[in-house]
Design a binder for this molecule. Structure first.
Ligand code: FAD
Length: 352
């Protein structure tokens, strides 16, 4: 059996959140490692669909230290550009990323530290940053008839390009950014696109891009300004705006159930469809932490900032605003990572 490797801080996940943590851990002079389940660098960005563009110009989508270079010919970079930037980032800062390594469980080591079991041996750490994102946990709601629909069903997770649906009648479910972007994308190739949302689609004002979202999230923390969700759900990216303004992106009310032929509404209308794409979100990938019993009664892990309330050795980074304002974005995660690492460094100093 291989020996247990020891570090002061272990980061689980080497997407943008894990790398931002790595940057500050390096600067703090701590002994650390990052474990990442993916064979390749880039986190979720390596899996997104071809037409996806960042919400912001490159200059406003940078991790700490190294600005993202502009992408030639693209004001708003594509996902491949971000994945390459992340790959270059971890090299530049010589971040000790081990991959592919899947973390299976995090438990109490019994000596004040944490014992982390992976598919490639075990690690001992005194603090842990969970930065596993949400991409590996696509969520599809329980809808009657999902198992009887004869067409193709997939989640955002499996969507790559509109050409795959050429000439087809496609239903896109979900009123968030993925739903709007994929529905807009499909209008170029599908014969019909029906976009359905549980409540009327709410576009953010057209001038709000990723940078403005970051500023709104920051103001909210500083002086209680509006929540982003008070303003809308969907960023009007170039492609979304063009499809909406051309009348090709109209949200219809959510259907009641699926039949073999397609979605059906309570009034008996059935819309024959070849495919249903569930753009219904993701859940935080927190299964490795289950044994620590961090969840509150509502099933979520309560945190103070990034620190798990029930175990001060564990920090959660990325995921969403509940772990720091805009911490699920490239521009926002740096600030949260800096605070998390400062807290970890202070705690380790106190214990030493
Ligand atoms: P991820 O990028 O998912 O990285 C997590 C890493 O952890 C992965 O490499 C994974 O393999 C690894 N991992 C998971 N589980 C384990 C395990 N058990 N053991 C070891 N490793 C594990 N953000 C922006 O900033 N700007 C945008 O314009 C923008 N546009 C978006 C548009 C859409 C349509 C979508 C869906 C998202 C967009 N985002 C945008 C959000 C952004 O892509 C994600 O929030 C971001 O990738 C999350 O980063 P992360 O590091 O937390 O997680």
């Amino acid at each position: 059996m291989s020996a247990v490797r020891r570090v002061q801080v272990l980061v689980v996940g080497a997407g943008q959140a894990g790398l931002a943590a790595g940057y500050y851990l390096r600067r703090a002079g701590l002994d650390f490692a990052l474990l990442d389940a993916s064979p390749a660098p880039g986190g979720a960005w390596q899996h997104y669909w071809d037409s996806l563009r960042l919400f912001s110009p490159a200059a406003y989508a940078s991790l700490p230290g190294r600005p993202m270079p502009a992408q030639a010919g693209q004001a708003y970079p594509d996902a491949g550009h971000v994945a390459r930037y992340l790959a270059e980032y971890e090299k530049r800062y010589e971040l000790p990323v081990h991959r592919p390594v899947q973390v299976q469980t995090v438990g109490d080591a019994g000596d004040g530290g944490l014992l982390v079991r992976t598919d490639d041996g075990s690690w001992h750490a005194r603090a842990l940053i969970s930065a596993t994102g949400t991409w590996s946990r696509p969520f599809v709601p329980a809808v009657l008839g999902r198992d009887v629909f004869a067409g193709r069903q997939l989640h955002t997770h499996g969507y790559r390009r509109a050409e795959d649906f050429a000439g087809q009648r496609v239903v896109v479910v979900g009123g968030g950014n993925s739903g709007a972007q994929i529905a807009a994308d499909l209008t170029s190739h599908a014969s019909e696109v029906r976009w359905v949302t549980r409540r009327p689609a709410r576009f953010l004002p057209d001038e709000i891009d990723g940078r403005a979202l970051f500023e709104i999230a920051t103001r909210r923390v500083q002086d209680g300004g509006p929540r982003i969700s008070d303003l809308g759900d969907i960023v009007a990216t170039g492609a979304v705006r063009a499809a909406r303004d051309a009348g090709r992106l109209t949200a219809h009310p959510m259907f009641d159930h699926l039949t073999a032929a397609g979605p059906a509404w309570a009034d008996g209308t059935v819309w024959p469809a070849d495919a249903v794409i569930w753009c219904t979100g993701f859940r935080p990938a927190l299964a490795p932490l289950a044994a620590l019993g961090l969840r509150g009664h509502d099933g979520r892990i309560p945190t103070d900032g990034t620190r798990a309330r029930a175990d001060h050795r564990v920090h959660l980074l990325g995921y969403g605003d509940w772990t720091g304002p805009a911490s699920a974005t490239l521009i926002g995660v740096g600030r949260t990572a800096r605070t998390a690492v400062a807290e970890i460094a202070a705690t380790l100093r106190t214990v030493d």
